[in-house]
Design a protein around this ligand. Sequence first.
Ligand SMILES: *Cc1c(COP(=O)(O)O)cnc(C)c1O
Length: 233
Amino acid sequence: MPASSAPSVNKIEHPSVERALAEVRARVAAAVRSTGRGADSVTLVAVSKGHGIDAIAKAIAAGQRVFGENRVQEAIRKWPALKEQHPDVVLHLMGPLQTNKARDALALFDVIETVDRPKLAGILGEERRAGRAVRCFIEVNTGEEPQKAGVHPGAADDFIAACRTGGLPLEGLMCIPPHDEEPSLHFALLREIARRNSIEHLSMGMSSDFEIAIAFGATHVRVGTAIFGPRLG
Ligand SMILES: *Cc1c(COP(=O)(O)O)cnc(C)c1O
């Protein structure tokens, strides 16, 4: 709707995407500095789910190149043209992936962060053997929440081994801690599973806790609201 006719009363104030992005970048950089790690050791993934192409274009114009979406269908509506205009954009899938959408997802997403079942790992492994670039993280359900996706911590080592046997290269692990729990315990658990399996990257930390995640070794933080404001849908 044109700005002139937009009702102002219901509008939620949020700084411009450019300003909010600059602020999040500064906070990420400060958190990385305080760990003593290199400035490039953490990748900011801007989570644009629930936001339109205009907001995404502003972030791209401000130099952001790594983005995340959590629904394949929504991403298919938003991203093909943007990716064509900006071939250096890297798009992460961070929502559940049905096996029958796996090939569609691979056509658009550069990184799948939500590998959590043998059947999905099998399809991705097949695509990889057929010569497609496949970059994967395994999602670990560190809180063992029944409604959440992800392999349980106790099953993670076996699943990681099976993925590797099936020829699926693994770049990292990902977790979404339970809302009502101290996230650091979950970040520490994810880090330990990665350590003992020699997995390099850790995708953990969102708007409310990315600085804590960085202190616990995150290499990828997934930040939506703090950059784009409240989601529309
Ligand atoms: C939406 C989402 C995020 C971003 O959450 P914010 O709280 O908006 O920063 C991160 N990770 C996943 C998996 C998500 O679905």
